[in-house]
Design a protein around this ligand. Sequence first.
Ligand code: ATP
Length: 307
Amino acid sequence: MTQPAAATPTGTVTVRVPAKVNVQLSVGGLRPDGFHGLANVFLAVGLYDSVSATRAEEPRLTVSGPDAALVPQDRTNLAARAAELLAERHGLAPDVHLHIAKDIPVAGGMAGGSADAAGALLACDRLWGLNTPREELLALCAELGSDVPFSFAGGAALGEGRGEVLTPLEVGGAFHWVFAVADGGLSTPDVYRECDRLRADDDVPEPVASEALLAALRAGDAQALAGALRNDLQPAALSLRPSLAETLNTGLAAGALAALVSGSGPTCAFLAADADSAARTAHTLTASGTCRAARATTSPAPGATVV
Ligand code: ATP
């Protein structure tokens, strides 16, 4: 039986959570459990959602931001599921008003839903005065989805297994990025299915993290990182959305060191040599009409943080 939360702090708790880009996404063959083995190097980037939790009579969820209409506002929202999971573990009623101020592209390959789940978990934990140890919160994150532990942790990490077994990585300096946001999203399961279809007869090697890429991150060397970026889902995303090739080429022509599709797309990521080059690339991409908007930012970004 659920009970109301014990005496806890009142008011609202707001948590800021970052988007991610996969600087390496190596996808193994389809496993019998329906997942793919991955070597997944995540980097948190400075685009954020904010999740606020306020006491309420019953569970409620609202979303603001230009893409709010694309986000489910019922119990299927990953943030609502995070609140329910935490409440259930502590025998509490999930009576909370969650508000998501959404800036991460929806269905954009930047783990926006996972970020909101990580944010809701931390916000509710603090609102309800639970102060759950970090390791336990990370375990709850893994129950919610493969990308949720990284959204919680931020920084940079190697994800293995389905992506949820995380090893934090050292990053030797800031990297400059531009993200070209597309109109409309891509469904992650559809992109994996297309990847399997395109590789049907190929011998798919066991995915392993690239030593060159990890060394580039450690050194904070953008030029070296540019040469090591890899996304095995990119051919599938381009097959489903051929117009992305033009976006990638436009950013490269504007001077980006490298371009790749972010995760399952359709957001395109451009690595720039410095802040000036990132600003120029963003300007060119916006003016080109090959994307809805282009945003310059840096990485690594911190994980879920109470503000
Ligand atoms: P990933 O990079 O982890 O594959 P994504 O960034 O491509 O994910 P999301 O923005 O997480 O995609 O959204 C994927 C789908 O999840 C959406 O189309 C939406 O229906 C659903 N969803 C559930 N909760 C949320 C949320 N809080 N924010 C956005 N989408 C959500």
